[in-house]
Design a binder for this molecule. Sequence first.
Ligand code: FAD
Length: 359
Amino acid sequence: MRDIVIIGGGIAGLSAGARLSADAQVTVLESESALGFHASGRSAALFEQNYGLPSTVALNKASADYHWHANGGYLSPRGFLLAARADEHAAFEKDAETLGIAPISLERALELVPILDPEQLAYAGYHEEAYDIDTDRMMQDFAREIRRNGGAVITDAPVSAISRQGEIWQVSTPKGNHSATRLVNAAGAWADQIAGMAGIAPIGIVPHRRSMARLPAPGGHDVSRWPMFFGVGETWYAKPDAGALLVSPAEEDPVDPHDAWADDMVLAEGLARYEAIVTEPVTRLLTSWAGLRSFSPDRALVLGPEPGDPTFVWCAAQGGYGFQTAPAASQLLADLVMGRAPAMPGDVVASLTPDRFRG
Ligand SMILES: Cc1cc2nc3c(=O)[nH]c(=O)nc-3n(C[C@H](O)[C@H](O)[C@H](O)COP(=O)(O)OP(=O)(O)OC[C@H]3O[C@@H](n4cnc5c(N)ncnc54)[C@H](O)[C@@H]3O)c2cc1C
């Protein structure tokens, strides 16, 4: 049986760990005291099958069955509404086509989200097929699966050095040293740093900040059944969240890896874009935060063994899709590591493996 160390206790590392633990002795090492402390604890938790590049959409679709059925299912109804002003017609048409969203009447849009401003709203589209993901339970279930299969998930264990003796990787943390024949890099925003520590060339994975504000329910409405609603061109979005409303400026600002926080100016500008199409002004924030969405140079995930050194495995660049893609991405990763033929089509696999970045 292979020993595998996975660096990173977010959704990427935990889902990969769960799949690999069926065939290998897995240890997940996480810097922080809690799993999902960084990007995975700060997401909008949406499953929208048509969101992302073609390779991402293929992973989303291949993940749907798991999302629906594994462990009692992780999805609940939400819906997706696209809202546009009169000068945004071209962008509306483009987004509606990409996301497979049908136009609806403005009356219907106001039924779905009563704070949309009838004087500003000119076009609306909607589909039901967008769902909330129970992201916390999904991470905990993957961690449980690792432990049930005899693996370990260790928090407060920042990896500070990586070396190699012969075929064996040695990984140092304050909670002891770990050795393994395979090293999986699921370090999110820190993925290129981990590669550097291991003597592997970086891929150019860049974290991008995205901020979020949590507002009291606008106008005292019961928001629980509202769909998630988006400005065209992903310039802002809003989503009900346990009786409150999350609003994101949907920015993508490149930053160094760090414990992200919301940028006040970016948040204010994003809230202004949201306010331009609703009747209720933003008077107060309950809280705000930010997370890092990490993208590769071509914005597709990076999954699989490093071509020059297949004992080093990439599970990185999940971008804004880490939860919706996790079931299929982790299965593909495990197939590639274990030398099994992947279920995904060959062209999709080729657009996800790190080989595409290595001449
Ligand atoms: C605002 C926002 C909204 C989003 N909305 C959605 C959405 O609706 N749907 C969706 O599917 N996705 C969404 N995402 C994207 C999703 O959250 C990410 O793709 C996913 O969480 C990435 O998971 P990860 O495990 O790669 O990264 P992370 O969760 O960041 O995990 C990486 C972990 O590696 C650890 N680490 C780093 N260095 C070391 C080290 N040296 N030693 C040990 N551990 C280390 C870090 O502490 C971290 O916990 C959103 C993201 C954001 C920020």
